[in-house]
Design a protein around this ligand. Structure first.
Ligand code: ZN
Length: 70
């Protein structure tokens, strides 16, 4: 069995994610984000969570949450 195969045919569907680009509002660097959410690797700026295109999952949507609270 090989560890860390370079090809992962069962990787999550990236087609379902919308990759978008925008300029950092602090330093102007062109950065890429997912679903309208951005984080600048240069200055650390992030946009507000409410600017995302879709609602964020809640804690109860996390399959691990019930395991940790029990
Ligand atoms: Zn920046």
């Amino acid at each position: 069995m090989t560890a860390d195969s370079p090809q992962q045919p069962d990787s999550p569907s990236l087609a379902a994610l919308e990759i978008t680009e925008a300029e950092c509002r602090r330093c102007g660097t062109l950065i890429a984000g997912l679903d309208g959410r951005y984080a600048c690797p240069v200055c650390g700026w992030v946009n507000h969570w409410s600017e995302g295109h879709e609602a964020l999952p809640t804690g109860s949507d996390d399959p691990d949450s019930s395991n940790r609270l029990s």
